[in-house]
Write a protein of this length. Sequence first.
Length: 210
Amino acid sequence: MALRYVMRGILGTMPLQLFGFAWGSSLRLAGGLKSLTRSAGAQRRATCVAPTIGLAVMRAGCFVSRFLSNFVMNIDRKGRVSVPAPFRSVLAKAEATELYTLKNLERPAIDAGGADWLDELERPLDGLDPLSPEFEQLSTFIHGDGAFVKLDDTGRLMLPDAVRDHTGISDQVTFVGRRTFFQMWQPERFAEWREEALAAVVAGRKAARA
């Protein structure tokens, strides 16, 4: 149960990956000599990537791409599926040739991203005692349950049996953008979850205005 809440916090507050900037450098505050520094644990690695689809924001002079929108892709006879072109573009700019994949704790989906996303997942471990139960639980989930999946030259990946078992995927995959990572769903299951999620958003907005 404790692990579930830890991972909710990680995935729910995943920070932006701002590429190519040394956040350890001092920033002068207007009107004073006070400087603000970010700790090494809060530094972000990566390389600026060009926007591909939907929203791209400018932060510190660097465009940050997102995994956005959703796409249904067919699985071929050999069990391979192509990652959607907009997602491949984000991965290519980051020079990612393989995906880190992890079972979603709450839904029948697989979360996937590049090495920088794995870095984000691992960051909370930096503040834990390596011999503590919390470290052991989180590391078991991230490292023991995660797996790397290779992309071929055309951006296709082979879906392992473990992915199919967890998601119910058979002949099609819905790829869903989730900002700094994306998910793979069985299409009908994603459609159901999408309706549930949107209904919750609408209800929340109504409650906020009441």
